[in-house]
Design a binder for this molecule. Sequence first.
Ligand SMILES: [Ca+2]
Ligand SMILES: [Ca+2]
Length: 299
Amino acid sequence: MKFILVLLFCIILYTDTLAKKQKLRDEIEKENVDDDKKDELDLIADDEAEEKEQKNEVIDEEEELKTPKVESEKKHPCAGHYCGAGRICALNDQDEPICDCVPQCPVETDERRKVCSNHNETWSSDCEVYRVRCLCNKDREECLKKKYNHVHVNYYGICREIPDCTKEEMGDFPRRMREWLFAVMQELARRNELDKYYMKLEEEAEQDLSLKWVNAIVWKFCDLDAHPEDRAVSRHELFPIRAPLLAMEHCIAPFLDSCDLDSDHIITLVEWGTCLGLKEDEIEDKCKSVRKKQEEKGK
Ligand SMILES: [Ca+2]
Ligand SMILES: [Ca+2]
């Protein structure tokens, strides 16, 4: 019986249809839009910081000028000047670079560009979401509603009714998630898009089945813990895994919430490993050695 179940899920996860593979490729494509993700992460992180402080401060334009100015005189003042999502570098009257709201977003006809916001409203693209947020943050007339001060992408795709995750589905979710993580890791390795160190972890997992889940789970933790890299995954760091999956996997949100065992809004490696079904002695911090190896290579 167990074997039949495993076989069934393997069929569902790996070999079901070409469409499924395309879906996985789409998910990975989305995972790889690093710059956009960084922007979105920054904005969600901003919201979290505001929540913590329980203040309603409008983002100060000066705050955006965090990127060190590029020294070269020949370079355009906007060169190397980072602006967040929905913003673009422009010059003020003194020819100094400032971050202004993008005047307009590209017209999107592709349904797949649509996004669902945290207000459960469908927008034609993430650009539109963050442009309006920018306009509201700057108190512009074009701000459609004051609530858009904190609008952000909740998930990719049009808004839809997301069914409740049943107890049975939730019980099975860690296993499905492990399968998915390993499948993504495998696919990235196949495409040669994994860091060399993670490539080794993937090879190790292929050869030693006892490491299959462990390495995939630890890899994903290291991958998510990047804004900042502090050995803990906060809510905004979960965005890259939550937003692309939410429309397809209705259990992902409650599952991720359940990983935070002590409800401190931070997921540690132990919490991550535990909620994905690893045993205590299997949870090994491999990110540290990654960094060490990278440092050694850099020398
Ligand atoms: Ca972190
Ligand atoms: Ca926690």
